[in-house]
Ligand binder design. Sequence first.
Ligand SMILES: [Mn+2]
Length: 316
Amino acid sequence: MASASEFQDFLLKHRESRIAIVMHRNADLDALSSAYALNSIFPNSIIAAPDEMNKPSRDFAKETGITVNQLGKLKKEQFDGLIVVDAATYVMVEEARGWNVLCIIDHHHAPPEAERISADLEICVPDSPSTAQLVSSLIPDPSPSVAFALAIGIISDTARFKGGNIQSFEEIARLLKISGKSYSEALAIAEPELAPDEKMFILSCFQKCNVVAYKNFVIATTIVHASESDSSSSLSEFADIAFAASYRAHEQETRVSARARKHVPIKLNEVMREVGERFFASGGGHPKAAGANAKARPEEVLEYCVEAVKDALDSV
Ligand SMILES: [Mn+2]
């Protein structure tokens, strides 16, 4: 990984550069807070996203007055290049193809070479609990609003510190002090209360999920119309391993989101990569939170996911 001093050199070199700071598709609070923080130290930068951000990010951007441009509408010739945050694969930000990528800051496991975005400066730390934490460690004196945003990014992406480490707590303490806000104020934005229809949707996932037990592990699967990641993470509050799949008729593709509880001794990013390869698409992510696209119907994909998990549990 590139060091903090290399980032300082990069910052000096690119202080005047015209930069688009780019988030992954369906950007989350980790990506948005990271982009917002970097935007504050590169005066000629703007923030861009390939598509609509997720709901908590849209709400936070609106409340904070963060402008997010559409990446596909930017003119390359008006920029010196991109900084990509919270992603290092073209699968997550297809519209970055053809751009000059100056820097990547990310915490996902390295994607397959063919899809990997390469940059002059790569700060990729798969063990980091969030990209916001990486960015926070690079910005010694953030403004109160940047500090508050980064605190929110850390709380959100660690699922309220379930995936945190010692530095997460150190950074949170530092950031909240600078922000002048309380932990509960940050938590309210990082984990917003769901709307009643969203709560009903999640509960319906529980109603119709399939459950199997294997070697003391409970595996739950469900098919949904949308919000597969909310569904899998809700199911994994109780199931050891959860998969939620939705079928995109337009792309003739199933999207699967996978979650595992922390004691589960397998790596879901490897399982999801295998699922993606089996069904002629792609997969990856984190050991306990991963996803895949698959060129098949959701029933078939979920069946394969469960078998792949059983195999993985067998070889532990
Ligand atoms: Mn992240």
